[in-house]
Design a binder for this molecule. Structure first.
Ligand code: BGC
Length: 761
């Protein structure tokens, strides 16, 4: 039996060395499931150094390598068949594996790593657990619409608990890319357009994934991605170029990554895109200067899928070896799937193009995380088949998914109180998404299964016993077939009202799913026109992975409810919300344009030298379009409720603020309608004059409150240096004296305004 002593714990030595593995696994699990002490940093560092000192160069490079298994593969696979991956693990060429699912599979690979490799270094198992593992939550953009970080944190706790029970250690989440271009299919994976909201959600997700102890039986290592500015790809096209000023990068795109790292995330994924001429995966400025030197990041950097190979196609590396030579010193520690480190680091080291110190630093970062995860103490810490059987779709997990779905829905329109629906009316449920199970889950669904999801149609039937509820699709999601129109029109005519469930398929957003049009695909709008002609009230329920441009549709609908892709419990939740069992309270995390030509469109824009005066929209030499208003269809932060909320004037404690002081801004919010409801009270600031121009508004605070019908509450925000600082003309972060406007309201157009002056130091 080989010598473990340098880096294994006494527990591991005593129980594992020389004993049959099964016994050791069982003993280890029973022990660690109840007690998984956090691994102390000093011990981690000393144990890592001891291990590193014993490793050969080949073993080190193996630790820098991550290869895919056989599930949920998202790119090219070089190696063929399970045997060859197992052989690579056995040879020590592959120290980390992703896309393996189930305890049985993971155990098989881990057994080879810890029993058959010379130093018995455990593998790290990763997977894309993006919005749930088995229990699927709303897509991340939908979850962001809840503006409820605590609930999002709970959803990540559930996801991590389920994924850990399936043997996994590591999720490639959270995706924190700010996205202001809905053509980009991956906007569905993030928290939308705003750095403040995005940062709050990034923190919540990291906390939910990692918990307070990485070595606990139910936590995963988080991986913040895609570093950096992937959401700013030109023309919203996947994998495209990013060219951004450093100011825009630092003010808008970097804050959520920073927030996630400050919250303790210990791995980061480098992005596919280039940034200002240098691919992110060989970008020293990003990976070294910003991430490590400025932010003090202590974890490791993994590339995105084959991103090192892709440096060649980017045109910044001559060949794969040259790409590896660039990526390592730039700050990449682990190579996902390109094999470039494995194939070329030895030769590049021999040629003096990289140093062993660089390799050691990368290996050390990875091993330290493996120690922190407790993998050296118990490589099978997440491998318990019994737990695996019991962890999925529990009542509590489903309840969290249901709650987040309810809170993610955004009521965009509700004329004449069309919603909530009244029990007893005959309803024609129409539309290609009304009875679809799979689409409810959205993209990136890990191991989620749609079989037992209730569809919106089924949920409407359940809520409306005794009344007639019919279903007809009317058309496909994306075809020109109008053959179903007549049947749908007849159904609408026979009913008291029509509920149309329209939108995109779950395949139309996510990675490599970009669109140039933001309308409803196929002939869905035509179907809506036909149903509208019947004169029956029309409720439109939307399912989609991005903001859509639905000006005509929004005019035709009497009520419009955005449900995104709401997850395992989402069909049920949508039907319950339609019938008023819950009052919708979501707010848009991204602007909905009127037309695709307005894109990119976001609330935190600059004023320009010739802003359009809304009172004189025909003024010629103003910043505007000939054929479309400037304002969006639905602004950031927008969302209605079955009740109404009234906002008082904004009350400021004082009209001036000295540096270092804080100022309270307060409003009274009153529920003036007939239902209890939740409202997201939003604080926006405007710095009127700066050493560089400032956005017309920036979100600086929000609070979600619940009010009974008729109830009032005072809501206060504290404004200080933190809310006022920005990247000044000289690129330092700080405040500047001058006038500020404070807006508090229910969306980014909030009109309640007050002013104060920040005094000079
Ligand atoms: C995606 C990543 C993902 C990785 C691994 C890539 O194609 O860009 O977000 O984590 O695959 O599946």
């Amino acid at each position: 039996m080989p010598d473990f002593t340098a880096f294994q714990t006494p527990f591991f030595q005593a129980r594992f060395a020389g004993r049959p593995l099964a016994l050791a696994v069982l003993a280890a699990f029973l022990f660690f499931a109840s007690t998984a002490p956090a691994v102390e940093p000093e011990t981690v560092s000393a144990r890592t150094d001891a291990l590193l000192a014993r490793m050969t160069l080949a073993e080190k490079i193996g630790q820098l390598t991550l290869f895919t298994g056989y599930s949920g593969i998202t790119g090219p696979v070089k190696e063929q068949g399970q045997q060859s991956l197992l052989k690579q693990v056995c040879k020590g060429d592959c120290g980390n594996v992703f896309n393996l699912i189930s305890v049985a599979e993971i155990k098989k690979f881990q057994k080879v790593a810890v029993e058959e490799t010379r130093l018995h270094i455990p593998l790290l198992f990763g997977y894309d657990v993006i919005h749930g593992y088995k229990t699927i939550f709303p897509i991340c953009l939908g979850a962001a619409a809840s503006w409820n970080p605590a609930l999002i944190e709970s959803s990540e706790r559930v996801a991590a608990t389920e994924a850990a029970a399936a043997g996994l250690d590591w999720t490639f989440a959270p995706m924190v890319d700010i996205a202001r271009d809905p053509r980009w299919g991956r906007i569905c994976e993030g928290a939308g357009e705003d750095p403040f909201l995005g940062s709050a959600i990034a923190v919540a997700r990291v906390r939910g994934i990692q918990g307070t102890n990485l070595a606990a039986p139910d936590t995963l290592l988080a991986c913040v991605k895609h570093f950096a500015a992937y959401g700013a790809v030109q023309s919203g096209r996947e994998y495209n170029t990013v060219d951004l000023s450093e100011r825009m990068l630092r003010e808008v795109y970097l804050p959520p990554y920073r927030a996630a790292i400050d919250a303790g995330a210990l791995s980061v994924m480098s992005a596919f895109n280039e940034l200002n001429g240098t691919p992110a995966t060989a970008n020293r400025f990003l990976l070294q200067r910003v991430l490590r030197d400025e932010w003090g990041f202590q974890g490791f950097v993994v590339t995105d899928y084959t991103a090192i190979n892709e440096l060649v196609m980017h045109g910044s590396a001559a060949d794969e070896g040259d790409a590896a030579r660039q990526a390592l010193p730039a700050g990449v520690d682990m190579d996902m799937q390109s094999g470039a480190f494995l194939n070329h680091l030895q030769e590049r080291l021999a040629a003096g193009q990289i140093t062993e110190a660089q390799i050691n630093a990368a290996v050390k970062r990875i091993l330290e995380i493996k120690f922190k995860l407790g993998l050296f103490d118990n490589p099978f810490r997440h491998c318990d088949e019994q737990r695996e059987q019991q962890a999925f779709y529990t009542k509590e997990n489903l309840a969290t998914a249901y709650r987040l779905a309810c809170e993610s829905f955004v009521l965009l329109k509700n004329t004449n109180q069309t919603l909530p629906l009244k029990v007893g009316k005959n309803i024609a449920v129409i539309g290609p998404l009304a009875d679809s199970r799979r689409d409810l889950l959205g993209s990136w669904i890990a191991e989620g299964k749609a079989d037992s999801c209730e569809t919106v149609f089924e949920g409407i039937q359940r809520n409306n016993p005794g009344a007639k509820v019919t279903f007809t699709a009317g058309c496909d999601i994306d075809s020109t077939n109008r053959a179903g129109f007549a049947k749908a029109v007849t159904a609408a005519k026979r009913a008291d009202l029509a509920v149309l469930v329209l939108g995109e398929s779950c395949e139309m957003s996510g990675e490599a799913k970009c669109r140039t049009s933001l309308g409803l695909p196929g002939v869905q709008t035509e179907l809506l026109r036909e149903i509208k002609k019947t004169g029956k009230p029309v409720v439109v329920v939307l399912m989609n992975g991005r903001p859509l441009a639905l000006e005509e549709e929004s005019q035709m609908a009497d009520a419009l409810l955005e449900t995104w892709f709401p997850g395992t419990e989402g069909g049920k939740a949508a039907a319950d919300v339609l019938f008023g069992q819950h009052n919708p309270c979501g707010k848009l995390p991204a602007t909905f344009p009127r037309a695709v030509g307005q894109v990119p469109i976001f609330y935190a824009a600059k004023n320009t030298g010739r802003p359009l005066d809304p009172a004189n929209p025909k003024d010629v030499y103003k910043s505007k379009y000939l054929d479309c208003p400037n304002d969006p269809l639905y602004p950031f932060g927008f969302g209605l409720s079955y009740t109404t909320f009234n906002y008082s004037e904004v009350r400021l404690e004082r009209a001036t603020l000295k540096p270092g002081e804080k100022l309270q801004a307060t409003v009274t919010v009153t529920n003036t309608g007939n239902y209890a409801g939740a409202e997201v009270v939003q604080l926006y600031l405007r710095d009127l004059v700066g050493s560089v121009t400032r956005p017309v508004r920036e979100l600086k605070g929000f609070q979600k409150i619940e009010l009974r019908a008729g109830e009032s509450r005072e809501v206060s925000f504290s404004i200080g240096e933190n809310e006022l600082k920005f990247l000044r003309a000289d690129m330092t972060v700080g405040t500047e004296p001058g006038q500020y406007e404070v807006f508090i309201g229910s969306d980014s157009r909030a009109t309640a305004v007050a002013k104060f002056e920040l005094l000079a130091r």
